[in-house]
Design a protein around this ligand. Structure first.
Ligand code: GTP
Ligand code: SPV
Ligand code: MN
Length: 587
């Protein structure tokens, strides 16, 4: 039964249903009663396992196909009319050719299945930032994840009224055929189609497909920014809360930084942290000349391995109710979950992510390295009181960062906005398990947006430069690297909660409360300006973490020159100027 009279919606659904031929169509109204039925259905069908109700109330475990465990960047497409508009970093196909291919896959794909209609909002429904979408899917797993990750249900249809202004999304899990897996964005049609996958970022379309690939196009047109960024509020002992955004590539520490717990010495002095978002930020210039950010999501799709009471108790706490775990291990002793790094001692017996019996002697990983939890934001102990503020929060600093074993120092500050755009554009990081492909290979990942920018990357840099002219009280831009290693390959910086020591310096810089040393890259801290008390790090080690190896950076600069050249004439001149300055500084 339809729950809207909006013809744009009902005609489109009829069209998709005529193609995919589902046995029935079910509208997701967002009610607890309906969700309860769907959970039961998912458990009955074997798609989800109900976990210990006492220890993990309303929590479930899902295992994906072993070949469907991460985003598939080589099968992700931006289909706009001109190939040039997608740029050299995106896969492209002419839209009508792609529609034809997808129509072939969609034809009859939902026979014998139910097609669910999920109306959802990215951002607080009715707020100036909000954008609406409808995802049609034949997967209960997608429905149950989407209602955690977004604001979904009939309120969205009410907010939409008769409007045609929504993003159309179609998903079928199909046969999971690897050779016919496609994650496709049509930015000119505001349409997303993903087929033959049932994993996270491929199919929870509100996240990367909409809130980044489609939204980056909308932002460019409408004068705002869609970024792969966490949003964190930091409250100092005076009770002032200052906000930062941080762009780190997938599995490089956004969720952890967004929920960090201050080191003990800071806590005693009254420092607090407030999580506004852990993965995506939409930023707009405010009337006051500052950039304001909202998190368009309503839950966390976080990396499980490494999440422990020691590294990130807040994230762990988020997963204690109403959470769906994907590809973690099942601890059979009490029907709970486990993953590498959760506790020092693994369970004696478990079922691994492949569904096979596992013991610590098995010599394999119990949880997949990209196993995840989908947890509602309401569970977060440090959820910001501003989380649902329709106008967002004002941003003082933008922080870029990645995994670099040697090159990038612990922290440095850019000289100004345009130079900061340069710093973001040259980001590089070792690849992780969040996407299919090799792990640990250094690749350029500008602004952590390489897999998510929905148009030509150099046009995107130009958009950043242009945004700099739209606000007169812009955030200051920094770069951090928590991942420098010593000769034994161990991380030198303690990371996690101790990252607040660096954030404190960053925020002081934003408010002219501390000095800095000029260097070839911009500004670095004086060692004595970073509070190391209780960190176990001495000033000498800090010096080594801040050291800039000119030889390595000359190689880096040559590599950047080559990289920029690969984008052709569109690279903004401001970025070339910053590169020349860097080259001169290194002479
Ligand atoms: P996506 O959800 O894929 O976008 O990832 P993310 O950027 O949110 O990364 P997340 O915070 O989940 O961290 C990924 C991995 O990095 C986990 O295994 C963490 O334990 C590890 N990690 C996070 N922060 C730090 C840090 O400060 N130092 C070190 N050494 N490791 C960290
Ligand atoms: C990422 O890979 O950056 C994620 C997980 O946040 S996914 O939703 O799969 O994109
Ligand atoms: Mn991410």
């Amino acid at each position: 039964m339809n729950i809207t009279g909006n013809k744009h919606i009902t005609d489109w659904i009829a069209e998709v249903a005529a193609k995919a031929k589902p046995d029935r169509i079910v509208w997701i109204d967002g009610s607890e009663k309906q969700l309860e039925e769907l959970r039961e259905l998912a458990v009955k069908s074997g798609s989800m396992i109900k976990l210990n109700e006492e220890k993990l109330p309303n929590c479930f475990l899902h295992r994906t196909d072993p070949d469907d465990v991460a985003r598939v960047e080589n099968r992700t497409y931006i289909c706009c009319k001109n190939e040039e508009d997608a740029g050299p970093t995106n896969h492209w196909m002419e839209p009508s050719a792609m529609y034809k291919k997808l129509d072939g896959i969609l034809e009859g794909s939902m026979k014998g299945r139910t097609m669910y209609v999920i109306p959802y909002s990215m951002g607080v429904i009715g707020s100036p930032f909000a954008k609406y979408g409808i995802e049609l899917t034949d997967s209960t797993y997608v429905v149950l994840n989407m209602v955690i990750m977004t604001r979904a249900g009939k309120e969205v249809l009410e907010a939409l009224g008769d409007s045609a202004d929504f993003i159309k999304g179609i998903h079928t899990q199909g046969t999971l055929d690897k050779e016919n897996k496609y994650i496709v964005q049509f930015p000119e049609d505001n349409t997303i189609i993903s087929v033959n996958s049932n994993y996270g970022g491929n199919v929870l379309q509100g996240k990367k497909c909409f809130a980044l690939r489609i939204a980056s196009n909308l932002g460019r047109k409408e004068g705002w920014m869609a970024e792969h960024m966490l949003i964190l509020g930091i409250e100092n002992p005076q009770g002032e809360v200052r906000y930062v955004c941080g762009a780190f590539p997938s599995a490089c520490g956004k969720t952890n930084l967004a929920m960090l717990i201050p080191p003990e010495g800071y806590r005693i002095n009254g420092w607090k942290t407030w999580c506004v978002g852990d993965d995506i930020a939409w930023l707009r210039p405010g009337k006051d000349g500052r950039l304001w950010a909202v998190n368009p999501e309503n839950g966390f799709f976080g990396v499980a391995p490494g999440t422990s009471m020691k590294s990130n108790p807040n994230a762990l706490e988020c997963t204690h109710e109403g959470t769906i775990f994907t590809n973690v291990a099942l601890d059979t002793s009490d029907n709970t979950v486990w993953w590498e790094g959760m506790t020092k001692t693994p369970p004696a017996h478990a079922i691994d992510w492949l569904g096979k019996p596992w013991t610590p002697e098995s010599g394999t990983k119990a949880a997949h390295p990209n196993s995840r939890f989908t947890a509602p934001a309401r569970n977060c102990p440090c959820k910001s009181p501003e989380f649902d503020n329709p106008n967002g929060v004002p941003i003082s600093a933008i922080i870029f960062g990645g995994r670099r074993a040697k090159t990038a120092p612990l922290v440095y500050q850019s000289r100004d906005w345009n130079h900061g755009v340069f710093v973001g554009s040259i980001m590089a990081s070792e690849t992780t398990a969040a996407a299919n492909g090799d792990v640990g290979v250094v690749r350029r990942d500008p602004m952590a947006m390489l897999p998510f920018c929905g148009y030509h990357m150099a046009d995107y840099w130009q958009h950043w430069i242009d945004m700099g002219k739209k606000a007169n009280n812009l955030p200051k831009i920094f770069n951090v690297n928590w991942f420098r290693t010593n000769d034994d390959g161990c991380f030198i910086w303690p990371g996690f909660g101790d990252n607040l020591r660096v954030l404190e310096w960053i925020l002081k810089r934003c408010f002219n409360e501390t000095d800095a040393k000029e260097c070839a890259l911009g500004y670095v801290p004086y060692e004595s300006d970073i509070n190391l008390e209780g960190s176990g790090i001495d000033e000498e080690t800090l010096s080594s973490l801040l050291y800039i190896d000119s030889e390595l950076w000359r190689k880096e600069a040559a590599d950047i020159r080559e990289y920029y050249t690969s984008f052709g004439a569109k690279v903004p001149k401001e970025l070339w100027e910053s590169l020349e300055t860097l080259e001169n500084n290194l002479k």
